[in-house]
Design a protein around this ligand. Sequence first.
Ligand code: SF4
Length: 397
Amino acid sequence: MVVNTCGFIDAAVQESLETIGDALDENGKVIVTGCLGAKEGVIETAHPSVLAVTGPDSQAEVMEAIHTQLPPQHDPYTDLIPPGGLKLTPRHYAYLKIAEGCNQSCSFCIIPSMRGKLISRPIGEILDEAEKLVEAGVEELLVVAQDTAAYGVDTKYRTGFWQGQPLKSNIDELVKHLGGMGAWLRLHYLYPYPHVDRLVEMMADGLVLPYLDVPLQHASPSILKSMRRPGNQEKTVRRIEQWRSTAPDLAIRSTFIVGFPGETEDDFEQLLEFIKEARIDRAGAFAYSDIEGAPANDLPGAIAEELKQERLERFMELQTAISADKLQERVGSITEMMVDTITEDGVIGRSYAEAPEVDGVIWLDVDTDIELQEGDKFDVKISGADEHDLYAEPVID
Ligand code: SF4
């Protein structure tokens, strides 16, 4: 068994170690990969019997460890890997990683020290991979990186080539070409750089889904400063208004940290005020926790666990009400839906405003004897909403 791990926050470390333990109990032959493997000795100490430990992006090392245990044998069937590769996601959507690492230095984050500085993949290689995925039946490409909008900064936006055509390695050019491939295109994890405004224009032009995943983390200027993050509440609210006037259907997703060291009741109230004003469509919040090696651990003013949880609950209560209101506003509208899952109980899908795995879904009321496939797209009429999900019926011509 190969276990992929995350070493970002303590809860993820714990979950990774438990999963390795489960895998050892299950079959005893375990190879570990992923970020936690880069933290020297952690896995070996907790689970000395694992066969090999590799770090992130270690495809070759993982294959070598597997082949040490199971020397490869020629098999005419399993040797025939399709050109789109083998994916762990369903056939109709795929994550497309465009870069690794990060040049920012947010005080609560250890990604730059764990994954290193930003390294962007060559633009031609990304476009080739995307094209193969679309040819293999992928209907939605989800662009990811630790800092997606910074794509190309490390290469000084050098000129790359795709299909003999010179292309600048920057996010605009990448979106322009990915957006022309016929699949939905969704961008995740956009640090709020000024040029995100241009991406919103591309959303308005229909090149990329009008879905802005922009982690804002907080709204109080003093907390943002100690997080080493940009932004202030008023300016960000104005920016969001501007984004919404450029792309009126824009769905905004964001994440926030509550209980950061030094967060006063006033700072927290500013965050709630911001959430009320900005009416973020999809917001997730985490209670701050120390991460080994993060500079924020040394900040004064640690918040008691109980207070963190209380603030988290207050945040989520407000956000749930905003989400319910915003979803209610969509009742009666017609939207394009993509089918994700077909079960005996019904059909579940998403529109441009819902990313897989992190947002709500659309429950479609349709006869299950109608022939549908995962990845099918068609218009539906939104007929109801609750706090996180929508309900819809097909639009009959
Ligand atoms: S931008 Fe994201 S990945 Fe980079 S340091 Fe900040 S939180 Fe970490």
